[in-house]
Write a protein that binds this ligand. Structure first.
Ligand code: SD4
Length: 333
């Protein structure tokens, strides 16, 4: 069964939900709603989309684009807003730590030429996305990990700081009392930010930054810094970024899959839905207990997004409107 919730939040305040009163009426409205989204998606450039409710981040990215900045500058600056936001507990400063109390960040970025940079298991540097950009631009490599990534960042002028805030430390200490690790659907992590932008020239870039799953094993790395899984950009076709349980995204190379499906003629919406179906249709998978969501844009500026469960939304800034839109989602009873 598919259900649709449709939510718009132009007011920046929380969530205004418009859900049909019955599942039957939801089903009837589903194709209408989808058309509505597709129509409002037709491109007027520039545009920015990001997963989750990150209106300040998309506003920053649009400011960069309106000032004539590139899509690459826009996604970096947009992601930095959330990295600096200590209240968001899964990106940058204030991110929830691993089970040993270490905050470790993963991020990547990709430009219109297909260049990319990534950092993995980065400690003590909050703007992981900017370090990823430096890896892309100032090294012959794509990925730097751990101590090497941190050393590189410091050499590049990034200031090391303790990323574990009091609030995140408290949450971790509370978690330790139970010390059970089971990532469930989406309650642990909902602020990983993935952002895609198309600038006035029609060029696409994307970025993704996260502290990963809360209370993960030390050394665990998810999809977010892995080009093709957490993010993929092909300036001829489009781009996709993922959120949710990274292990499941990696197993299907999700973002690359979405872009390749668009190359074969699918719309961004159809491509995201197909990529989710690859996950949920695997034999013996446990999709009821985890979350994955994709957002995508094609070269024409059409957008799409889809998730396994209803706890997913996209923020979109286009034509002067910066709004949160609730995702259509798969939910087979
Ligand atoms: C990860 N994909 O590390 C990230 C987590 C995430 O919303 O996106 N949470 O697996």
């Amino acid at each position: 069964m598919k259900r649709r919730n449709f939510l718009k939040n132009a007011s920046l305040t929380g969530v205004g939900l418009a859900v049909g009163s019955s599942l039957a009426s939801c089903a009837e409205n589903a194709s209408e709603d989808k058309k509505a989204i597709a129509n409002t998606s037709k491109a007027s450039l520039p545009l920015v989309i990001a997963n989750w409710h990150v209106i300040d981040a998309t506003a920053k990215a649009m400011e960069v684009l309106q000032a004539g900045g590139t899509a690459l500058d826009a996604v970096e600056q947009g992601c930095k807003v959330e990295e600096a936001n200590e209240k968001g507990q899964s990106v940058g400063k204030g991110g929830l730590p691993d089970r040993d109390g270490n905050v470790t960040l993963d991020a990547c970025i990709m430009d219109k030429h297909g260049n990319c940079g990534s950092v993995v298991y980065l400690k003590d540097i909050k703007h992981a996305v900017s370090v990823a950009r430096k890896v892309m631009e100032d090294t012959p490599h794509v990925m730097l990990a751990g101590e090497g990534a941190k050393q590189f960042a410091i050499e590049q002028g990034f200031e090391p700081e303790d990323l574990l805030t009091e609030a995140s430390k408290e949450a971790w200490e509370k978690w330790k009392i139970e010390a059970k690790y089971k990532p469930i659907i989406n309650i642990e992590n909902h602020d990983t930010i993935g952002m895609l932008a198309i600038d006035k020239n029609g060029d696409i870039s994307g970025a993704c930054t996260t502290s990963g799953l809360a209370y993960k094993m030390a050394g665990r790395v998810g999809d977010s810094p892995i080009i093709g899984s957490g993010l993929f950009v092909d300036n001829e076709i489009g781009a996709c970024v993922a959120t949710g349980l990274g292990e499941e995204v990696v197993k299907t190379v999700g973002s690359f899959l979405v872009v390749e499906l668009m190359r074969q003629g699918k719309s961004p919406q159809e491509a995201c839905e197909e990529a989710i179906s690859r996950i949920v249709n695997k034999p013996n998978n446990d999709y009821k207990n985890f979350q994955v969501g994709y957002i995508a844009v094609n070269k024409q500026g059409e957008t799409g997004f889809y998730s396994i469960h209803q706890w997913f939304s996209m923020t979109k800034f286009q034509d002067g409107v910066n709004e949160q839109i609730q995702s259509d989602y798969f939910n087979k009873e």
